[in-house]
Design a protein around this ligand. Sequence first.
Ligand SMILES: Nc1ncnc2c1ncn2[C@@H]1O[C@H](COP(=O)(O)OP(=O)(O)OP(=O)(O)O)[C@@H](O)[C@H]1O
Length: 570
Amino acid sequence: MRLMLHFFRAYPRHTLTMLLAQLLAGVMEGISLTALLPMLNIAVGGTKTSGIGKSVTSALHAMGIAPTVPSLLMVVVAGVLLKSALVLLADRKVGYTVALVATDLRLTLLRALLGTRWEYYLSHPMGSLANSAASEVIRASTAYIHGTLAITYMVQCFVYAVVALMISWKASVVAFAAGCLLMVLLNRLIRKAKKAGRQETSLMQSLLSRLTDCLQSVKPLKAMGREQLAEKMLEEDTLKLNKALRRQVYSKAVLKSLQEPFLILMIVAGLYATLVLWNYELPTVMVLVFLLVRLLGEFGKMQRKLQELATCESAFWSLQQKINDANRQKEPNLGQKKVELEKNLRFDGVSFSYGKVQILKSVSLEIPAGASIAVIGPSGAGKTTLVDLVTGLLRPQQGEVLVDGVPMGDMDVKYWRSKIGYVPQDTVLLHDSILANITLGDSGLDATDAEAALRAAGAWDFVSAMPEGMQTIVGERGSKLSGGQRQRIAIARALAHRPALLILDEATSALDPESEKAICETLASLRGKVTMLAISHQPALVKVADRVYGIKDKAVVLDRPEPAMVSTGG
Ligand SMILES: Nc1ncnc2c1ncn2[C@@H]1O[C@H](COP(=O)(O)OP(=O)(O)OP(=O)(O)O)[C@@H](O)[C@H]1O
């Protein structure tokens, strides 16, 4: 029920309306039930009506209506109809709230995930995050339905209990004791379902993160005939998941099957007590038994809903933990200054370590605006790390990265990044049109901007030759294009918003010499129009650079051509 309190705080208006409608529906049903008593009394030719039944007949008298079988039946029917209308209102509110809960959870999760530091993505499996946005959100919002239904049945039980209490306190006390006994006996099954639900949550996370990894590398796996290894890995989690689901189904089935015999037992005991031990009149016995059946029936439903709530609850808390985790790792945007890269980009005594492993030590270098810079160095030397420091995805432990003299800490980093065009080594295109892959949904860019970017990237010839031109769908991860074509689209994407700095992170290393040569020519044509920072081992790309920096032993040295401009760390 902690979850329902949480929902109540988050959606007080929706939850209150729903509860109020349920309560009124319960009262309506209560009225129609109490009208049964005098009605049955009259029907069986009884002379006296006492207790709650008398209140109903008095109320009818006060309204100028004679308490006859038809008028009392009208009260019963009116009560039931009003109850149905109120239940409809409550159900509609629940449905809307569930959709709202799912939407809010998804948006909160997405905002939290997209706002985190870069390091967060390095340590969290993507499949598990995708699972949270898809299945955990559904399970968490379903928990709201189960929780509200459990409350609904609780309200109904309360109303039946009050009516029963007004008819016979003895019978009510016995029924209440029976309810408590049922609760204690079956609570174990609810705990079991909760445990199985937690297992389902963690197994789904593991399964989906493995599945994402496997699907991302399905080509090499298939090419090497190793897909059965992935299958084995996934099969293990799937079988464990099956076990957890079976445990859930089993505990649900046991709960359901135990409830019915208990109900029959209680009715038999109730009939015996009211007819034989307490000698109640037949109308009273009939109404009490009817109430008992309804009360225990609703009680059983409440338990089943509590059990389902327990199974889904873990998805909500897991989701909440991810949102809190991501928010704790929110990327700070401390500064306000907007930089354009009009003068230069500088590293001033920058040192960076991943944990205890130092990658760069006291690096100082300058990238003048408009220059084309290449950074070379052996694998693992720290080239990508250097680029991540330029984009502000990583922050140095010592020293400063400055743009036009403004330190990163004083900059509006998001604005700075909007001035960057970034082309990674492995371009992942969206399964969408070429146009959409270039504009990325930016409303400030249209087909003309995309065409200009495609021309600048040397991609216009092959795009315009396609039957559907820029509307051509590129396939999953751009699989319908060649590596060189994908890379040109990626360059066009990076150029479309007219960046001040174009970063190429090993952008040509996966290409054949022909495609590489063509791309280098494109990059040479951009020289002087945009500041370029290219990480590369490729001689072709190094040749088009004005300056080449080399990373060696954690330091950056000028490789060519102006050694005086660079100072290296010791
Ligand atoms: N998130 C990380 N956590 C810990 N160590 C890391 C992390 N990212 C990179 N490293 C380590 O930092 C070093 C530099 O990595 P980086 O990716 O910057 O090298 P690189 O010069 O770009 O290499 P390559 O040319 O192979 O891409 C490597 O030894 C790498 O193992």
